[in-house]
Ligand binder design. Structure first.
Ligand SMILES: NC(=O)c1ccc[n+]([C@@H]2O[C@H](COP(=O)([O-])OP(=O)(O)OC[C@H]3O[C@@H](n4cnc5c(N)ncnc54)[C@H](O)[C@@H]3O)[C@@H](O)[C@H]2O)c1
Length: 238
């Protein structure tokens, strides 16, 4: 399996969870220092083999190279978890086209490039899991490109479910709420109090990893194109 953004947070928890269940894991991330730290952690969690792959998911050639390295080492690709993500905080009147493209290239096109590779190389029974966000459904000020990219990721999931079905490849999305990772606490909206986080609404990376593990597994053999909200009920509050 390949997990993008696998060197930190939800991606690392997912790599450990699937590794503990016997998956041979490829960690695709563009942060070499975090990759170096993550590899022994994933091994210690029980993964039989771990391949770190320095990869910027926004670069199609690097994505293709990561998939080729996976096939060269493990001979197959069963699961892709599109988890790498990035946020930027600016009011609409200050955002530039370049800002939008930077976010869309990582949060949307990165998932597309890996889905394309999955469709080229996966055998029937394969699964793609996209890590979107509750921002795909309800959002706040200053994160327009991120919210748009995550909403579009749900549309990509639907398209991939439709086109992947006949190939025996399932595509589904997880929509995390607030999760205790560096991305949450680095969020200026959270730091400033504009986005209020009730401690009971904060989940653990392992909570999201469990949902991803389910969607990637044969237990979800009849689950195709679904959007699984994993937010402790946060979106339901008045
Ligand atoms: N933490 C939350 O509250 C939360 C909520 C909803 C959705 N999410 C989503 O979960 C995913 C993981 O977030 P996290 O909270 O674990 O964040 P994180 O910052 O802990 O980890 C993100 C990882 O992605 C990697 N990454 C970023 N851009 C990359 C690129 N271009 N190429 C390769 N790797 C790249 C980073 O190096 C890092 O290792 C993201 O898609 C995020 O949008 C997080």
């Amino acid at each position: 399996m390949i997990v993008t953004g696998g060197a930190s947070g939800i991606g690392l928890a997912t790599a450990k969870r699937l590794g503990s269940e016997g998956a041979r894991v490829v960690l695709a991330d563009f942060n070499q220092a975090n990759l170096d730290k993550a590899v022994p952690e994933v091994r210690a969690a029980g993964a039989p083999d771990v391949l770190p792959s320095l990869c910027n998911v926004a670069d199609e050639a690097q994505v293709a190279a990561t998939v080729q390295a996976t096939l060269d080492k493990f001979g197959r690709l069963d699961v892709v978890v599109n988890n790498a993500g990035l946020m930027q905080f600016k009011p609409l009147e200050e955002l530039t086209g370049a800002d939008w493209l930077r976010i869309l290239n990582v949060d949307l096109l990165g998932a597309f490039y890996f889905t394309k590779q999955a469709f080229l190389h996966m055998k029937p029974g394969g699964a793609v899991v996209n890590v979107a966000s509750i921002h795909a459904i309800a959002t706040e000020a200053l994160v327009a490109p991120y919210a748009a990219a995550k909403a579009a990721m749900l549309s990509l999931t639907r398209s991939a479910a439709i086109e992947g079905g006949p190939k025996g490849i399932r595509s589904n999305a997880v929509l995390p709420g607030a999760v205790d990772t560096p991305m949450l606490w680095d969020n200026p909206n959270v730091k400033s109090g504009v986005e209020k986080i009730n401690p009971s609404d904060v989940g653990k990376p392992e909570d999201i990893a469990a949902a991803i593990a389910y969607l990637a597994s044969d237990d979800a053999a009849f689950v195709q194109g679904t959007e699984l909200r994993v937010d402790g009920g946060r979106l339901d509050h008045l």
